[in-house]
Design a protein around this ligand. Structure first.
Ligand SMILES: Cc1cc2nc3c(=O)[nH]c(=O)nc-3n(C[C@H](O)[C@H](O)[C@H](O)COP(=O)(O)OP(=O)(O)OC[C@H]3O[C@@H](n4cnc5c(N)ncnc54)[C@H](O)[C@@H]3O)c2cc1C
Length: 385
């Protein structure tokens, strides 16, 4: 029977980062199993590629404090590109309540060591981007090291580096069962046959709960559709702009190629494996776009270029990280709730530390264990876009 030191189920950006970090730490025999014929067909290939440290909880901020400098040095470290563009994230508050929230987050971010974040006044926002309708903007925050990466390139870079250094990727192979004995995980059954292993990582993105079920572990993770609308080329707004967030309704946008990429979380969306783009979304998002940026009335959109993907939501919008409490050897790296690209580097490091040494000093990982839900220890991340 074939064996592997560690089997990672899912070859998206999270599985690939874990493979990289394990291999880089000296682990021999890392095997990533991906059921699609190519990587990136899950959430990673659908992502907006935003990376930010402007969060509301210590855990999210700490994960970004590892991940963003990692992306800044990715090309040099790995010899593959991640296309990190530090153009920033700018939150625009439209009420005193939102401004107080932004200030409290800013305080926490600075206390934790984030250097490039600052509060900005409404007048500064107006002078930087006079194209924004700013009559209701009361202030905001800006962090210059936030920005964008190319998620597909980063995923390929992580996996290629791991493969160059002894790791293995099996594509077009599905994990269909997970075996265990009295010591914990003992192997996996795949469409290529059975493998013996004592360590299995669930990195199955929006399908994490299904993979959990294969091991008899119930995960509170639900897929939630998010849609993105790229515009045709548009030169009446600067392409050096950051991700700009209208806090009145969550509409946000960033430059993409010669146009812009528009995003908005439709509060009427319901959970489920809905992967199709809904054409009526275009009108909804263009109304919000033109409301905040009046010249966006002139935007042209080709509905065929718009797409939908799945967030993997947990009840508290934090991931579930670490060994499953009831199944030794079954590790979870799931439920990123829209932040899996930006937190992939930290996740890879945390999981590699836990698998190889049983502990990590990157975060207090006990706070993100699966048992927090049963024990009522959830900590909510509210800065979700
Ligand atoms: C529209 C949209 C915009 C987003 N924007 C951002 C953003 O700006 N910033 C950010 O950080 N995050 C963003 N996200 C979230 C981010 O894309 C995800 O959190 C991240 O890609 C999750 O990566 P993953 O590797 O866990 O999952 P995936 O990329 O989904 O990979 C999981 C893989 O597991 C495979 N798999 C599943 N079951 C099995 C099995 N049984 N056997 C073998 N293989 C299996 C799947 O085929 C898949 O390839 C966005 C998501 C969407 C949908």
């Amino acid at each position: 029977m074939q064996t592997a030191e560690v089997v990672i189920i899912g070859g998206g950006i999270v599985g690939s980062s874990i493979a990289y970090h394990l291999t880089e730490a000296g682990c021999k025999g890392v095997l990533v199993i991906e059921r699609e014929t190519a990587q990136g067909k899950g959430s990673t290939g659908k992502s907006m590629g935003g990376v930010r440290a402007q969060f509301s909880t210590t855990l999210s901020i700490q994960m970004s404090l590892y991940s963003i400098p990692f992306y800044a040095s990715f090309d040099e470290r790995l010899g593959y590109p991640a296309d990190y563009r530090p153009q920033g994230y700018m939150f625009c508050a439209t009420s005193e309540k939102q401004l107080a929230y932004v200030r409290a987050n800013y305080q926490k971010q600075v206390e934790l060591g984030l250097k490039n974040v600052r509060l900005i006044k409404a007048d500064e926002i107006r002078s930087m981007y006079p194209q924004l309708r700013s009559d209701d903007i009361v202030g905001g925050s800006f962090c210059s090291t936030d920005g964008f990466v190319d998620p597909y390139s980063a995923m390929i870079g992580f996996m290629s580096w791991a493969a160059d250094h002894g790791g293995t990727l099996w594509k077009h192979t599905e994990v269909t069962a997970i075996q265990h004995d009295s010591r914990g995980v003992s192997g996996v059954t795949t469409t290529r046959g059975v493998l013996a292993t004592r360590k299995v990582v669930n990195a199955a993105g929006p399908w994490a709960a299904e993979v959990g079920n294969l091991a008899g572990v119930t995960l509170p993770i639900e897929p939630l559709r998010r849609m993105l609308v790229p515009t045709e080329p548009f030169d009446q707004f600067p392409h050096s702009a950051p991700m700009i967030i209208d806090m009145s309704n969550g509409f946000h946008f960033r430059p993409e190629a010669l146009g812009f990429l528009l995003a908005w979380n439709d509060p009427e969306e319901t959970t489920g494996y809905k992967m199709d783009f809904e054409p009526s979304f275009i009108e909804k998002i263009l109304i919000r776009a033109a409301d905040r940026v009046p010249i966006f009335e002139n935007l042209a959109v080709n509905p065929k270029r718009a797409w939908a993907g799945l967030y993997e939501m947990t009840p508290d919008h934090h991931p579930i990280l670490g060994e499953a409490p009831e199944l030794p050897g079954f590790y979870l790296a799931n439920g990123f709730s829209g932040h899996g690209v930006m937190h992939a580097p930290a996740t890879g490091k945390i999981l590699s530390d836990l698998i190889l040494t049983g502990e990590t000093d990157l975060i207090d990982v006990s706070l993100l264990g699966l048992n927090r839900f049963a024990e009522g220890r959830i900590i909510e991340e509210t800065a979700v876009l």
